[in-house]
Write a protein that binds this ligand. Structure first.
Ligand code: SF4
Length: 416
């Protein structure tokens, strides 16, 4: 069975470089005005040009997202983005695919930029082989399946497409945040904070704490939905995060072409960690091996709402929800210490992202392993003064010694 590509989110150029450094085969990033995850995670045209040059130099793939469902006033922006894609073509820079969900946007892009492959975004909620066939007949080359499709269904879809001789790639999420609705088809965020989920501005209102006494559906008198409440209140629509790292053998077996990691708006730390986890887990699974304990521990390095396997094996019940405790992203073992910016011999300069103190235990995360480091002594990199504490902010950089070869761009975690 073919090994799917590892597809990582790239909210900016730094994340793009890091994703590739940590093993991603491909990245996806947003075009400014017509992309989900608009806030703080979309590129202007100069950035996209640079991203395409980086991608071509490394022999990787880059997909651009234009996946909002557009209100009429947003369609003006589309013309600008199409003009930009034409400018890129003149420079022989062609993205490997455009992720689209709105049929109107798809029609315009097909007419104006026929040289670019169209991928149907997960926002279009494609759940079956007939829907894939429909998209294939419109010239779409890849479908991003809805997160609600199970492993059994992915295999059936792949099999039926093969039987019908329909050549279309399948992409599916293997990691990241879940939506309580069919990816973004909900108005909670619009009502509660005037932020439109289908324009990339979801406030994740489904995960907020709500005070309530009981939840009862009148026509199902004997089916009680558990409602747990602590001092903070409760959350009844608070999905955990998908994590398929232990099941990449099944992901390969499913027949998908691309294994996608969610989270363009998340930190460069998240991008590095998830890219490495899925690169290594995918390669191990292709060799018939399970992920190592170190790799599983790495999955616990990033902030999470708790993991489950999404819809891959069965429709999730209560185990897929986080009802109590801190309902935000949380991690009790590690935090993001910083990013190595410069290396000179055995001295590394690290941009600080969380408060560091003398004696802290760090791990430098490389693309293949973790290098432990003790902060017995460290300096302010700007004046070489020995210091005992470093706070994040204003690009504060510390200098400390490392025992093995490290590179600029490596991320570092701190043991809490
Ligand atoms: S509020 Fe929750 S359910 Fe609604 S679109 Fe956002 S993530 Fe999905």
């Amino acid at each position: 069975m073919k090994k799917p590509e590892v597809l990582a989110p790239a909210g900016d150029l730094e994340k793009l470089r890091v994703a590739y450094m940590y093993g991603a085969d491909a990245c996806y990033m947003g075009m400014k005005s017509v992309s989900m995850r608009v806030k703080g995670s979309t590129m202007d045209i100069d950035d996209i040009e640079e991203a395409l040059r980086i991608t071509r130099a490394l022999g990787k793939k880059l997909y651009l997202t234009m996946n909002i469902y557009a209100h009429e006033n947003k369609m003006n922006f589309l013309e600008k983005e199409i003009a930009r894609l034409k400018e890129l073509k003149k420079k022989n820079l062609i993205p490997d695919g455009l992720l689209i969900s709105d049929p109107g946007i798809m029609m315009h892009v097909r007419q104006e930029c026929p040289w670019i492959d169209i991928h149907v975004s997960t926002q279009a909620n494609t759940l079956n082989s007939s829907a894939c066939e429909f998209w294939a007949k419109l010239g779409v080359t890849r479908v991003v399946l809805g997160r609600e499709v199970s492993l059994r269904e992915v295999k059936q879809i792949r099999e039926k497409l093969k039987e019908k001789g329909i050549d279309i790639e399948l992409e599916a999420f293997v990691h990241g945040a879940m939506c309580m609705a069919y990816s973004g088809r909900c108005l909670l965020s619009n009502f509660m904070s005037s932020r439109d989920a289908n324009e990339g501005m979801c406030a994740h209102s489904c995960r907020w704490n709500y005070k309530m006494f009981y939840l009862e559906e009148s026509k199902r008198p004997n089916e009680y939905i558990p409602v747990y409440e602590d001092d903070e209140g409760t959350s009844i629509m608070s999905a955990k995060d998908m994590c398929m790292v232990e099941h990449m053998d099944d992901v390969i077996d499913s027949g998908i072409d691309s294994a996608k990691i969610e989270g363009r708006h998340k930190t460069v730390f998240y991008t590095a960690i998830t890219s490495r986890i899925y690169r290594q887990a995918m390669d191990l699974a292709a060799d018939g091996k399970k992920p190592t304990p170190e790799l599983l521990d790495l999955a616990e390095t990033i902030n999470t709402r708790g993991y489950f396997t999404g819809f891959w094996y069965e429709k999730p019940g209560a185990e897929g929800q986080k009802y109590t405790g801190d309902l935000g992203d949380y991690n009790s073992k590690y935090c993001f210490a910083g990013v190595i910016r410069k290396v000179d011999g055995n001295m590394a300069d690290m941009e600080v992202r969380n408060t560091l103190r003398k004696g802290d235990r760090l791990d430098i995360i490389t693309p293949t392993t973790n290098i432990p480091a003790e902060l017995d002594e460290f300096r302010n990199a700007s004046d070489d003064r020995v210091i005992d504490v470093a706070h994040p902010g204003q690009e504060f950089t510390i200098r400390f010694s490392v025992s093995e070869e490290v590179k600029a761009g490596y991320v570092v975690r701190k043991h809490i």
